[in-house]
Design a protein around this ligand. Structure first.
Ligand code: CA2
Length: 157
């Protein structure tokens, strides 16, 4: 997969995207998804980025098209994308195509270990168009994803 950030554009910003139902984080099913709210997760990602001299832009939507629009808008604006597409991970060819189209290094994040859950969660349409996949590390996965993308700026791993 070839990836490019246009010269002078978006070198310092990481887009953090959260998909359907992740606005409920911290308010329901804490045994599965923990007690951190979406605001906590976004702050955690921001803090991680600041430690690397970067910024994050955060967006959550319950709508597939809105997530796709945000991915398109990242082109030329962001140096990478962290995405937890929620259940769209397992269904959305459209989000996959958007990730493919923008040629930005993307990290797929899941709070839970999707491979230890129902069979339908084992299939991801996003994994093979992503540079890295982090699952089961809880909300810390977002920090690891930001750290990884920050590392790409210096090493071309
Ligand atoms: O483990 C993850 O991060 C998931 O992406 C979460 C999705 C699920 O469909 C994926 O298979 C794995 C579900 C997000 C729902 O988030 C909620 C948070 C709190 C309460 C209820 C739902």
């Amino acid at each position: 997969m070839s990836e490019a950030t246009p010269a002078g554009a978006g070198r310092g910003t990481i887009l953090v995207l959260n998909g359907p139902n992740l606005n409920l984080l911290g308010t329901r099913e804490p045994e599965k998804y923990g007690t951190a709210t979406l605001a906590d997760v976004e702050q955690l990602a921001k803090d991680a980025a600041v430690a690397h001299g970067l910024e994050v832009e955060c967006f959550q939507s319950n709508h597939e098209g809105a997530l796709i629009d945000a991915i398109h808008a990242a082109r030329g604006k962001a140096m990478g994308i962290v995405i937890n597409a929620g259940a769209y991970t397992h269904t959305s060819v459209a989000i996959r195509d958007a990730i493919s189209a923008v040629h930005l290094p993307t990290v797929e994040v899941h709070i839970t270990n999707v491979h230890a859950r129902e069979e339908f969660r084992h299939r991801s349409y996003l994994s093979d168009v992503s540079r890295a996949v982090i699952a089961g590390a809880g909300v810390l996965g977002y920090r690891f994803a930001v750290d990884y993308l920050a590392g790409l700026q210096t090493s071309q791993d």
